[in-house]
Ligand binder design. Structure first.
Ligand SMILES: *Cc1c(COP(=O)(O)O)cnc(C)c1O
Length: 394
């Protein structure tokens, strides 16, 4: 990255990092909607193509608006390099394709984003890269699954939808003792709540689609890490494979980042209030939220994260039938599997996002029939609670 932002607090980096003002003196970051760039001379073109001189060539490789987003997110995560991608899945694909080869092996936490599962089990398996799944919070499980061919430990914490929390520092120590890389999907927390690189992780993955945008407008992703792994290797895959972020989407994400800290704080406050309320209802069997003292990794979560985040899930008495009733009784909440939006969303994992799992897989992932996931938004807390109460109280 071109500048050091060490002197700036996170909130300042989120607003100012990465913008190199042009000669026009613009205050807000400009959108460079251009596919290619021109050179002063044939010699300059040759130097750029030859890699002897830095600078833009073509927007599949680099674009100033995308670069501004990359520099800002790198500053927030505390990484040397960031590569922006067309989606969160593209970020995971680019990381795996850049750093793994046929015959390599991944150890991954079991409760990861469903499509990540499909990518690992169907497509990486097809090119000879195998994945073993372990319990996120059980370190000896991770250790036992490591083979001579293992290259990557892959974790998502807190997990979706039951918010299990993994110990990033312990996983990083384990990875490094065995010469492996720790990759952490930081989608649920964002750098506003948790910075995996500072805890020892080697690579951070983002679906910018979620909290980085925060307002449900664009699909995008990013990979953050050091200048070799990410700046050279992941970037090398991206420029050839073309899973590039568009300048317009980068601009939307830049604007999202400016309010990231405020939003994550507000998501966490609403979610904690909701979790505390749910926990004392007769209709509710159990609540999963890392900010509750009843959460099995409460101490770890409070040490590792600034706050507990916006995702709350809970099990209602009466299984699927009652869970569907509670969901259908809401009037304001959006019935959708998306998360990381200002709008609160509600979903039944067992019949949607996790519907393809076998009964055994559901049991291992804690996906009970009565489980409901709420991605708590930024509406007034009273309105969120009242809407959920219609199916839960009285
Ligand atoms: C949504 C999501 C992804 C995938 O991101 P897309 O932008 O939808 O491709 C990956 N990981 C997690 C945790 C997610 O929630």
């Amino acid at each position: 990255m071109t500048e050091s932002y060490d002197d700036w607090e996170l909130a300042t980096r989120a607003i100012r990092a990465g913008h190199h003002r042009t000669a026009e003196g613009e205050h807000s970051e400009p959108i460079f909607t251009t596919s290619s760039f021109v050179f002063q001379s044939a010699a300059e073109a040759a130097a750029r193509f030859g890699g002897d001189e830095p600078g833009n060539i073509y927007s599949r490789f680099t674009n100033p608006t995308v670069a501004c987003f990359e520099e800002r997110l790198a500053a927030l995560e505390g990484g040397q390099s960031c590569v922006a991608t067309s989606s969160g899945m593209a970020a995971i694909l680019a990381t795996c394709m850049a750093l793994l080869k046929s015959g390599d092996h991944i150890v991954s936490s079991r409760s990861i984003f469903g499509t990540t599962n499909v990518l690992f089990n169907k497509f990486l398996a097809k090119v000879g890269i195998e994945t073993s799944y372990v319990s996120l919070s059980n370190l000896s499980d991770w250790e036992a699954a490591i083979r001579p061919e293992t290259r990557i430990l892959y974790a998502e914490t807190p997990s979706n939808p039951i918010t299990e929390v993994g110990d990033i520092r312990a996983l990083a120590d384990l990875a490094h003792a065995r010469g492996l890389l720790l990759v952490v999907d930081n989608c649920f927390c964002t750098p506003a709540l948790q910075q995996p690189l500072a805890l020892g992780a080697d690579i951070v993955i983002h679906s910018a689609t979620k909290y980085l945008d925060g307002q449900g407008r664009c699909v995008g992703g990013a990979v953050v890490g050091d200048s070799q792994l990410v700046g050279e290797e992941v970037f090398g895959f991206l420029r050839s494979a073309g899973v590039t972020m568009s300048p317009f989407n980068a601009w939307v994400f830049l604007k999202g980042l400016e309010t990231l800290q405020l939003r994550m704080k507000a998501h966490s406050e609403n979610a904690l209030a909701l979790a505390l309320w749910l926990e004392q209802l007769d209709a509710v069997e159990r609540v999963h939220y890392p900010g509750l003292k009843s959460h099995p990794q409460y101490d770890l979560a409070m040490r590792q994260q600034k706050s507990a985040g916006g995702i709350v899930s809970f099990v209602v008495k009466g299984g699927r039938e009652q869970a569907w009733k509670v969901i259908d009784a809401t009037r304001m909440l959006s019935i959708t599997a998306n998360l990381g939006d200002t709008k609160t969303t509600i979903t039944h994992p067992a019949s949607t996002t996790h519907g393809r799992l076998t009964d055994d897989e559901k049991a291992a992932a804690g996906i009970e029939e009565g489980l409901i996931r709420v991605a708590v938004g930024l509406e007034a807390y009273e309105d969120i609670q009242r809407d959920l109460a219609s199916g839960l109280v009285g």
